[in-house]
Design a binder for this molecule. Structure first.
Ligand code: VGL
Ligand code: ZN
Length: 206
């Protein structure tokens, strides 16, 4: 693809807790930082998301006595994986990776800040209906194509890509700028679902 002036780069959750040493570390997660920084220089519009949970969030295994991290429970809105405590508001783990160049971001969307519901997607919380406001922002600004990268491929990137497509945005995921958690085959399932939905998967943007 050739980057156009009204294309958006959407950078998903490049935060310390998803990088090596973090509370929910994604293998090689920090490798996305130089890729994202290089992409960001080439786009006129950059939006960042930040996973931003209150302490005691319902997606934390510690909020469910006896539940193990990475197990799954049923919430009123559907199945929910339980995670180690991560990206708690105001902590170092919730901060963007120190090497991520954030200057160009025109908007930062925080998500997962309601205690009773998780939010993987940049567009909707995990009930798939409560909007974050990002779609309205893009429409009002006339931005029609979304290119995304970040963490993690099989959770927040996947959900964001599926929602972007469902909302009618032309959507591309740059795989060299993503890394996965990969729980029980979730990476393979995610790439299949993303492709099936009509999202373009590319290794890099020439
Ligand atoms: C994420 C699990 C929990 C992500 C966020 O950014 O992919 N995954 N919270
Ligand atoms: Zn989270």
């Amino acid at each position: 693809m050739k980057i156009q002036p009204d294309d958006l780069l959407l950078v998903i959750d490049v935060q310390n807790d998803f990088c090596p040493g973090g509370a929910l570390a994604v293998a090689d997660g920090d490798a996305v930082v130089p890729v994202v920084n290089r992409l960001a220089q080439r786009f006129d519009h950059v939006v960042l998301t930040q996973d931003w949970h209150p302490a005691g969030h319902s997606s934390f295994a510690t909020s469910h006595p006896g539940a193990a991290p990475f197990s799954s429970i049923t919430m009123p809105y559907g199945p929910q994986t339980l995670w180690p405590d991560h990206c708690i508001q105001g902590t170092a783990g919730a901060a963007f990776h120190s090497q991520l160049v954030t200057d160009k971001a025109e908007l930062m969307i925080r998500k997962g800040f309601r205690a009773a519901i998780d939010s993987y997607s940049a567009f909707f919380e995990n009930d798939r209906t409560t909007p974050t406001g990002l779609a309205g922002y893009l429409r009002e600004r006339g931005l029609k194509r979304v290119v995304m990268a970040g963490l993690a491929t099989d959770y927040c990137v996947q959900y964001s890509a599926l929602d972007a497509r469902r909302l009618g945005f032309e959507t591309t995921v740059v795989l060299s700028g993503c890394r996965a958690i990969d729980l029980a085959g979730s990476l393979a399932a995610a790439t299949a679902a993303i492709r099936q939905a009509g999202v373009t998967l590319v290794d890099d943007i020439a």
